[in-house]
Design a protein around this ligand. Structure first.
Ligand code: IDP
Length: 138
């Protein structure tokens, strides 16, 4: 079991001014930040990040949304990071997310759902590498 995960605060949440509140909850939940950047994806980069979903009906919508504004990308560390972070953010669809989860509080819909959290240790590594060079993390 790895102790790192990768997250993005998505364009809906940065646009609504939720960045600080979301980061506050992440840090209070015990995650420490190992790398962080405020950036914006091109449609091509968003498509590469979500390549696994290329054949899904919502792929075009997802790429358009994820490149529509700034995001915050971060590598987070905590024991049992991947599973604990998925628990903290809640279900993909905020309507199904538990009370108190980040998506329940800040997400508008299944597509515009405020935050990303890696779904496995392997993907956490791949996704962290997508955004950060060795010099940008510790
Ligand atoms: P996850 O982010 O909770 O792991 P995934 O099923 O891996 O969920 O989907 C990746 C992202 O694709 C979601 O976070 C959401 O932004 C978007 N997405 C998933 N399902 C739908 C949908 O039915 N319509 C529009 N966007 C969707």
């Amino acid at each position: 079991m790895s102790n790192r995960t990768f997250t993005m605060i998505k364009p809906d949440a940065t646009a609504k001014g939720y960045t600080g509140a979301i980061l506050d909850q992440i840090i209070k939940a015990g995650f420490s930040v190992k790398a962080m950047k405020w950036t914006r994806l091109t449609p091509e980069q968003a498509g590469l990040f979500y390549d696994i979903h290329r054949e899904r009906p919502f792929f075009g919508e997802l790429v358009e949304f994820m490149s529509s504004g700034p995001i915050v990308a971060a590598i987070l560390e905590k024991e049992n990071a991947v599973a604990d972070f998925r628990k903290l953010i809640g279900a993909t669809n905020p309507a199904q997310a538990e009370e108190g989860t980040i998506r329940k509080q800040f997400a508008a819909s299944v597509g515009e759902n405020a935050v990303h959290g890696s779904d496995s240790d392997e993907n956490a590594m791949i996704e962290g590498d997508f955004f950060f060079s060795k010099l940008e993390r510790f």
